[in-house]
Design a protein. Structure first.
Length: 273
């Protein structure tokens, strides 16, 4: 069996969340690895918006803060703010980078309107009840002529050549994850809706880029093969943590049921077998 890519949507546009996933040391390492995977996918780019001398940049859901740190190095005259629910960011960062504990779903961001030149989000699937609302708030806090950009994975795998069987264990897990996310009112399937949401709240010149992100080293193309291996390794490192909270809270699964389900996927050390 081969050909099981997901897709990445990178959207750039002109103008208390109940977090279900872990934030332990294992997850922190996985998040840093995920950051490198996206850098490789985007050919070493951190953004696609046409930024020119930005002064204030906000990174919502900054995670380990790697994106904010690199942006601080690239734009030394800008103030970079990263917000997250967990203080898992490093303490040694560029002087222009600042991290805050904050929930973007709050009504008031404690900032004046028209404050930021650029607002960035990445991998926020499963984090908010209504991500369209986050986009609406971001428009309020952006300066006229500012930009917002969201980079999201499309969680449902698609097949290039029709060889993906209907009983593939990983696809069963994806369906169960989606069921748990919807029961918890934290939808995962937001990537394909971003462009529509951006336009609906009032952004203009909305640009969408879609990148192939394989799962496993099946591609013949050497770069996609390497990317697919990294992506598979990242999923295998995180899949138990992704399952435990949502499946127990939203679907009332017990730990043994989750471990059996995860073992069906990870036993061979591959998602594509």
């Amino acid at each position: 069996m081969e050909s099981h890519p997901s897709a990445i949507n990178a959207i750039s546009a002109h103008n208390s969340t109940a977090y279900s996933f872990p934030n332990d040391p294992t997850e922190i390492d996985r998040l840093d690895f995920q950051y490198e995977i996206l850098k490789y996918t985007f050919q070493d780019r951190n953004y696609f918006a046409p930024l020119s001398n930005p002064k204030r940049i906000l990174d919502i859901g900054t995670g380990t803060g790697q994106w904010a740190i690199e942006m601080g190095d690239e734009f030394p005259n800008a103030k970079i703010e990263g917000t997250d629910l967990s203080p898992i960011q490093p303490s040694s960062v560029p002087e222009n980078v600042h991290f805050f504990i904050d929930d973007a779903s709050d009504d008031d961001w404690v900032m004046p309107p028209n404050h930021y030149d650029y607002i960035h989000t990445r991998m926020m699937l499963g984090s908010f009840r209504d991500f369209k609302e986050i986009i609406q708030k971001s428009l309020h806090y952006l300066k006229p002529g500012g930009y917002m950009e969201s980079q999201e994975i499309v969680p449902t795998p698609y097949c290039d050549d029709g060889t993906m069987p209907s009983d593939w264990a990983f696809m069963d897990w994806v369906r169960t994850s989606d069921e748990a996310a919807m029961a918890a009112d934290r939808p995962l399937r937001i990537g394909s809706r971003l462009k529509k949401w951006y336009e609906a709240v009032g952004f203009v010149d909305v640009q969408e880029r879609i990148f192939k992100l394989p799962i496993g080293p099946w591609p013949r193309d050497i770069n996609l093969k390497h990317l697919g291996q990294m992506h598979q390794d990242n999923w295998l490192a995180g899949i138990q943590g992704f399952s435990m909270g949502p499946f127990t809270r939203a679907l009332n699964w017990n730990k043994n049921e989750i471990e059996v389900g995860v073992a069906q996927i990870t036993l061979r050390g591959s998602l594509t077998d």
